[in-house]
Design a protein around this ligand. Structure first.
Ligand code: APR
Length: 231
């Protein structure tokens, strides 16, 4: 399937490229995915850690878990897939990932649909700010005294204002869509792939979305080959 996809790519120049990614693109960096073998939701209960109710019930527990994930990601490096995507500077990256590894690899055009582990939001003022370093005290508090929460989208919450609309518009008008490392089960993000009308290529050891070409491979292996054919 990779050879067929490469042949198709080389047939013309692709102007409007969107790369839609999920946790699988960071798996080769040692960052656990959510579902599948070793997935976070296998070991942890989302309802205890990734919902507004869970945070209201026990903010310290939630923050302990996010501080563990932040440390894990801080110690990880962008992999060959992140770097290849970053080299496609005319591409827009639409990611479900909160690990900021696309930005660390050098991508500049990024829509973070589910927020970022390295930003916090004040529960009272709803202002956000970057927070790269570990917190001295858990749960961390804003200068105003209110609790800070991770600036991520928890289950049952809306996506950031305008992010979904901008992503939907870009995917509708793209001539090439790369879908890398997502199980395609979490909506509304998963609904974006179906909006695309051009050529679509999926990279995933267990392909799961309806694309023209599904390459059953790891992101770090297949993405550089696809990107090289696009340069
Ligand atoms: N390369 C490419 N894909 C991979 C790799 C790899 N090395 N390893 C695993 N995958 C694939 C799996 O086959 C699976 O289809 O990555 C996908 C990961 O799926 P999920 O764990 O469900 O992650 P994702 O699709 O990003 O989840 C969506 O769910 O939990 C919420 O907010 C969270 O953004 C997340 C959303």
């Amino acid at each position: 399937m990779l050879d067929e996809a490469l042949r198709e790519i080389r047939r013309r120049k692709w102007e409007r490229i969107v790369v839609f990614t999920g946790a699988g693109v960071s798996a080769d960096s040692g960052v656990p995915t959510f579902r599948g073998a070793g997935g976070l939701w296998r070991d942890f209960r989302a309802e205890d850690l990734a919902t507004p109710d869970a945070f209201a019930r026990d903010p310290a527990l939630v923050w302990e878990w996010y501080e563990w994930r932040r440390e894990l990601v801080r110690n990880a490096q962008p992999n060959a897939a992140h770097r290849a995507i970053a080299s496609l500077d005319r591409a827009l990256v639409v990611t479900q990932n909160v690990d900021a590894l696309h930005a660390r690899a050098g991508s500049r055009n990024i829509i973070e649909l589910h927020g970022s582990l390295f930003r916090v939001r004040c529960r009272r003022e709803h202002t956000t700010r970057d927070a790269d370093e570990p917190f001295a005290t858990i749960p961390p508090r804003c200068e105003c005294g209110a609790l800070l929460r991770p600036d991520v989208v928890w289950f049952g919450e809306m996506l950031p204002e305008g992010a979904l609309e901008t992503a939907a518009h870009a995917i509708r008008s793209a001539d090439l869509l790369l879908v890398i490392g997502t199980s395609g089960v979490v909506y509304p993000a998963a609904g974006l792939v179906g909006l695309h009308r051009g050529l679509s290529i999926e990279i995933n050891p267990e392909p799961s979305t309806a694309c023209n070409y599904s390459i059953a491979a790891k992101a770090a292996e297949a993405t550089p080959k696809i990107v090289e054919a696009l340069q």
